[in-house]
Write a protein that binds this ligand. Structure first.
Ligand SMILES: C[S@@+](CC[C@H](N)C(=O)[O-])C[C@H]1O[C@@H](n2cnc3c(N)ncnc32)[C@H](O)[C@@H]1O
Length: 272
């Protein structure tokens, strides 16, 4: 196993995975993370709810894909620090590879998520899709069958060019029938300049953050096919295709604290 040296400043600067851990009531965070998180919440009180909704969404989508579409293998790209919803993955999901480029996050994932049979973790930069797909834990998935790829709250931390080329490469390289589950922060439903203010706070802390509107997001998805009936909806409003919008799942979904779009996109028909 490769040893990764963690620079000392890693622990004194905020890191997005730890900021989110704090926002969702976790304890894997440090003073710098908590300070930034409190500044963010002062601007947007819904932020804690937004993190919660996004986390609940992961297990729901995996369950839907496994039970309804028979896609029982998944790659969780930018998995973040382990949390309770990681433990709610349905049994129907047989294999998951958790991927993160943050070595401490990946170490946590390896220690606590890979206890479950069929799971593995991988330290990798998801934007290098060729290297990612040739890594051993990913090669061990069955590439003759569709794979679910979760990209939950990750592209907002990638610039436009990187996000677009990564999404294109995943589309071109994943087996036919594979499904991309995306969640993405947006300012489309926030008050005035609230999301812009959040982005400034993140940037001042050394964390570039690009929330995107519906049009930009649809363009970034490029070759991916969105189902006609739903397309982009907020994460709180997302339901499996064919299931009616009914009772809200929690107070956060009732008030729609997601401030993010969710999409389930497919590789569609291949022309090559
Ligand atoms: C906001 S967290 C989202 C965590 C989780 N997906 C969720 O929905 O709760 C973003 C995660 O993406 C990871 N990340 C950011 N850029 C990445 C990259 N280029 N390659 C792999 N992971 C990346 C970060 O380290 C962080 O853990």
């Amino acid at each position: 196993m490769n040893r990764v040296m963690i620079p000392p400043e890693y622990f004194v600067r905020p890191v997005v995975a730890r900021v989110q851990d704090f926002l969702d009531g976790g304890t894997d965070n440090y003073a710098a993370d908590r300070e930034l998180a409190r500044d963010l919440v002062a601007v947007a009180q819904w932020l804690r709810g937004s993190v919660r909704i996004n986390r609940v969404h992961g297990a729901r989508v995996l369950g839907h894909l496994a039970r309804e579409l028979g896609i029982d293998q998944a790659i969780d790209l930018g998995c973040g620090l382990p949390h309770d919803e990681h433990m709610h993955v349905p049994d129907a999901v047989r294999r998951i590879v958790y991927v993160d480029s943050d070595p401490v996050v990946e170490a946590h994932a390896r220690m606590s998520l890979t206890e479950r049979t069929g799971t593995a973790s991988l330290l990798a930069d998801l934007t290098d899709v060729t290297a990612l797909l040739s890594a051993a834990p990913i090669r061990r998935l069955d590439h003759d069958r569709p794979i679910a790829v979760l990209l939950h709250d990750v592209p907002p931390w990638l610039d436009d060019d990187t996000a677009r080329t990564t999404l294109q490469a995943l589309h071109a390289r994943l087996p036919p029938g594979s499904v991309l589950s995306l969640t993405h922060a947006t300012g489309d439903f926030a008050a005035d300049t609230q999301m812009q203010h959040l982005a400034e706070l993140y940037r001042e802390a050394g964390i570039p953050f690009w929330p995107r509107n519906r049009t930009t997001l649809a363009m970034l998805l490029g070759p991916w096919t969105l189902p006609g009936d739903r397309g982009l909806v907020t994460t709180a409003a997302w339901r499996p295709p064919g299931v009616a919008f009914s009772q809200p799942l929690s107070v956060h979904t009732w008030l729609d604290h997601s401030h993010a779009y969710a999409a389930l996109a497919t590789t569609g028909e291949r022309t090559t």
